[in-house]
Design a protein around this ligand. Sequence first.
Ligand SMILES: Cc1cc2nc3c(=O)[nH]c(=O)nc-3n(C[C@H](O)[C@H](O)[C@H](O)COP(=O)(O)OP(=O)(O)OC[C@H]3O[C@@H](n4cnc5c(N)ncnc54)[C@H](O)[C@@H]3O)c2cc1C
Length: 267
Amino acid sequence: MMTIQNYVRPQTLEQAYELLSKNRRNRAVAGMLWLRLTGGSIQTAVDLCDLGLDTMEETDDAFVIGAMTPLRKLELAPGFAAYTGGAAARALGDIVGVQFRNLATVGGSVFGRFGFSDVLTLLLALDTEVELYGAGRMPLAEFAELPQTTRDLLVRIYVKKTPGNVAYRAVRIARTDFPVLTCAASRLDGKVRLCVGARPGKAMVLDLTEAAAGGLTPDTVKSLAEEAAKQILTGSNSRGSAAYRSHLVRVLAERTLSQVGGFGNGD
Ligand SMILES: Cc1cc2nc3c(=O)[nH]c(=O)nc-3n(C[C@H](O)[C@H](O)[C@H](O)COP(=O)(O)OP(=O)(O)OC[C@H]3O[C@@H](n4cnc5c(N)ncnc54)[C@H](O)[C@@H]3O)c2cc1C
């Protein structure tokens, strides 16, 4: 069971940051869907709901996603859907259910850096940066490797509109369950990336640009997928064995890279 001593709704980012910096037992609260399952004792719950961070904006060169933006908003945003060619809906659409995705936030998902995260896998395949209060902007790939500290306040996520395409697939034992494996491939400005999550560890990113320099042909994609299955570290848990996951890496890598190469529909 979780206990909370105080509950505060700061009105400015500065107040929120001060509260989070003050005591390691103070915690940022977003949708609270994950946090409530973690148990433990929170000194002050710092609810971020009054900070105006639940908006998503499209500029000429980026999608600017406030940390409190619900997953459902990201899933349905027409500009983001068009930019990702439907990959966003693919990545988000099986996360529990619509009511859940109306509450769970993009910031909570990114901050959590969960191994099983569909959200992290998709965003790592895109040109994504995060903005932390005080520390400023950094690439998501860098942020994903940092240890979690309760002092960090994630403010916004920036997905740059780098020209290219992206494809997403995941395997679940049953719809709405946690994924057995997540996979996103992208080719942005000629840079080819493959991200695999739910290994069950956090998403790993492979830069395939050099290996795909001759173009993404069916033969190249096949060998890239075989190589990815060797390079991506997998483990076992109740949802699948390491061997099964490595098999899925090969299959999903081939499907997503084929789609990015323009000769497959990802299925
Ligand atoms: C039963 C269940 C099933 C799920 N299945 C999936 C799935 O299949 N795929 C998937 O991708 N995800 C899944 N998730 C994760 C979910 O989508 C959200 O990522 C998760 O609930 C966190 O979002 P939240 O808004 O609820 O954050 P919270 O639970 O409120 O917070 C999560 C953590 O992030 C911190 N935090 C939140 N926002 C900020 C911020 N702006 N700055 C600093 N720290 C912050 C909190 O302090 C806390 O440590 C699942 C979650 C649950 C509970």
